[in-house]
Design a protein around this ligand. Structure first.
Ligand SMILES: [Zn+2]
Length: 611
């Protein structure tokens, strides 16, 4: 007898899906009340798949929905619920707190993914402060209903995003007295998440050191929110169609936080990258760039918006150069589109070019963060970082993107101090002078040990706590090297002060001025032949007691005073080094001198002018 029982065929192994689809408002709930935008305002975000528990709580985020003002907490959404999985999450609904939880999670995860893509490594949150023992922070907490006020903010001490809700004032499309939830605005969520990501990378950028410091945080957070608009396919096509491809005219894409702006009684969006509403006529008008406005803009958001406008302008120039051939083909060479709607095929092609240009600019802006000094960043420094980072990634600028960026910044009065010309080449950070480069090469034994320890590699699948611990071990090695005897001479080149004559306002440990190795992390770039090269980004900082009274400063600097008088502020210096691991060379040294009297005076003057 033969065996007749059927053969058991094993199913193929199950594979984790790459994405989780979640529905959100593309902009904010107010656009769903407008006939012309209701359809495009619903969209589905593809969030990288991860295992989540109710909250949602995942690898990076923990949504905690307690509402102190109402003394209640809302049941957490379970995104793994099979009905929700089948329907791409909950339906956008202002009245459902669980949808609010879903939306903050989806938008924040999208923002994190954009960072990780651009930097080619895992994102880490800033560590908790000294009181909490610099512990590893795995998850940023998000409170969608934290406060009852028209505000939302990132709290670095709690490592949390807090979103407010509030009754709208009359006007605009908001129901007077109706509730506006800041957690339902894509732009507000992306903006606050960016603050946290930026702080995770550059802890010292939160400190008010100059007129540019806070403004940079605000401007950068807006840039990320703004350029994410261009990854919304339906909205992008719709706006290209309505503006007939002219993204410089008023469009939803160039505006931020519409509902939020209207609800607190301002016309138009909270911050508009391109234009403003004329208070007299209530009509939108394009802003003409005026370099004099930079000096006048002191408030962080207003000043930040000048940075946003400069980056947006550069994007427009890049977009126009990318579509020039399409427009020529579509117009038989005249460049003038006929009246009426443009062809749907042209809409499609223009949208695709706009999306590519926006992706490029967003990645360029994020990558530039690795090329910033570790403290006291200015808009001018950021321009240099942008240009250098882009040159590293795309060595020949055949599309003149870098010229577009420099031009857009120049038109708004943004340029760095101490460069001879504004050509992209002279704006790039330079390598350290020969003697310094040779001395810095002595770093290499340390670097080699760091490289050997790079089994954790920072790749997108590595454990983030392991990455943090590996980074700390590398930082300790670099720290030891810096304090070794033969390093003292290089220290000055790095903007540090380690010698016997170092100002006494710098604290000592065992008689040696203290330093902090703030970060040792890899940055990936493409080599000229398309290979991927890894640079090591090393950030070293030092701090000095700063006094508003220059005479007191002088006293404390010249000789030890024990105990030193209470400082009025901390003055910091240091540098960012980019080290090429393959070719064993220090490629850039981006420093801020701790001994600079000029910088110290500027910092003091800034604090005295600021209430
Ligand atoms: Zn902000």
């Amino acid at each position: 007898m033969t065996d007749v029982s059927p053969a058991r065929i094993q199913p193929p192994p199950k594979r984790r899906p790459p994405y989780r689809n979640l529905r959100v408002y593309a902009f904010d709930p107010s656009l769903s009340l407008r006939l012309d935008t209701a359809v495009i305002n619903q969209m589905t975000l593809r969030v990288p798949w991860e295992d989540v528990t109710a909250g949602p709580v995942g690898e990076y985020l923990e949504v905690v929905d307690v509402d102190p003002a109402s003394n209640c907490c809302y049941a957490p959404v379970d995104l793994d619920d099979r009905y929700l999985l089948a329907e791409s999450g909950l339906d956008p609904d202002e009245g459902n707190p669980q949808f609010h939880q879903q939306m903050v999670y989806a938008v924040a995860m999208t923002t994190i993914r954009n960072f990780e893509r651009a930097l080619g490594r895992r994102a880490l949150w800033s560590q908790a402060d000294k009181e909490q023992g610099f512990q590893f922070v795995r998850r940023l907490r998000i409170y969608p209903h934290a406060i009852r006020e028209p505000n939302a903010y990132y709290d670095p001490n709690r490592q949390a995003l807090l979103f407010g809700y509030f009754p709208a004032v009359a006007g605009g499309r908001n129901l007077p007295g109706g509730t506006v939830f800041s957690c339902l605005s894509h732009d507000v969520v992306a903006h606050e998440t960016t603050h946290a990501l930026l702080d995770g990378l550059h802890r010292r950028f939160m400190e008010p050191t100059s007129i540019d410091s806070k403004a940079f945080h605000e401007g950068f957070a807006d840039i990320v929110a703004l350029f994410q608009h261009f990854s919304f396919p339906a909205a992008l096509r719709d706006q290209i169609r309505k503006t007939r491809g002219d993204l410089a005219s008023q469009s939803l894409l160039g505006q931020l936080a519409q509902q939020f702006g209207e609800a607190i009684g301002q016309f138009g969006a909270l911050r508009d990258a391109l234009g403003e509403v004329d208070p007299a006529t209530k009509q939108w008008r394009q802003k003409e760039p005026n370099p004099e406005n930079l000096a006048k803009a002191r408030e962080a958001h207003a000043r930040g918006s000048i940075l946003v406008a400069a980056v947006f302008d550069a994007f427009l120039a890049i977009y126009r150069s990318r579509i020039a051939d399409l427009v020529r083909i579509a117009t038989g060479g005249t460049g003038v589109l006929p009246q009426g709607d443009i062809h749907p095929d042209l809409v499609e092609r223009l949208a695709s070019e706009a999306a590519s240009a926006a992706r490029h600019v967003l990645a360029m802006c994020i990558r530039a963060l690795d090329y910033c000094p570790p403290v006291d960043v200015t808009f001018g420094d950021y321009l240099r970082a942008l240009i250098t980072a882009d040159r590293d990634l795309v060595p020949d600028d055949d599309r003149s993107y870098r010229i577009a960026v420099v031009e857009a910044f120049r038109r708004r009065g943004i340029y760095p101090q101490g460069v001879r010309t504004l050509s992209p080449e002279s704006l790039c950070w330079s390598a350290p002078p020969d003697a310094a480069a040779r001395a810095l090469l002595e770093l290499l034994p340390v670097i080699d040990s760091v490289r050997a320890a790079r089994h954790h590699g920072w790749s997108l699948s590595d454990d983030r706590q392991m990455i943090r611990e590996g980074m700390e071990a590398s930082a300790r090695a670099v720290h030891q090297w810096l304090l070794s005897d033969h390093c003292r001479t290089v220290a000055r080149l790095m903007g540090l002060s380690l010698g016997a004559t170092a100002p006494w306002s710098i604290e000592r440990k065992d008689g040696v001025p203290k330093i902090e190795v703030h970060s040792v992390r890899p940055a990936r770039r493409h080599g000229p032949d398309g290979q991927t090269l890894t640079d090591l980004v090393i950030e070293v900082t030092q701090k000095r007691r700063g006094y508003l009274d220059p005479i007191l400063q002088d006293q404390v600097d010249k000789q030890p005073v024990d105990p030193p008088p209470q400082e009025d502020f901390w003055f910091r210096g240091g540098c960012t080094l980019l080290v090429d691991l393959e070719h064993r060379e220090v490629r850039y040294l981006i420093g801020k001198d701790i001994e600079s009297a000029e910088r110290l005076a500027a910092h003091r003057a800034y604090l005295e002018e600021t209430p």
